[in-house]
Write a new protein. Sequence first.
Length: 66
Amino acid sequence: MDSIVRSLVKTISWRLTGTFCTFLISFIILGDITASSTIALIQLIFNTIMFYIHERIWNIIKWGKV
């Protein structure tokens, strides 16, 4: 089982990667740095919370653990 700290570190590293991708795609499509930054920030906050909850739920599930 992952510790809470490990889950938090994994969450942060994954979200930074995802946020960069979201910003880049938004900027390519919109060509607007302010709109792209806003989209990336909203995505960062919402998906960070959702990923952490998802990770902690999967820690409870015994299926597939050796």
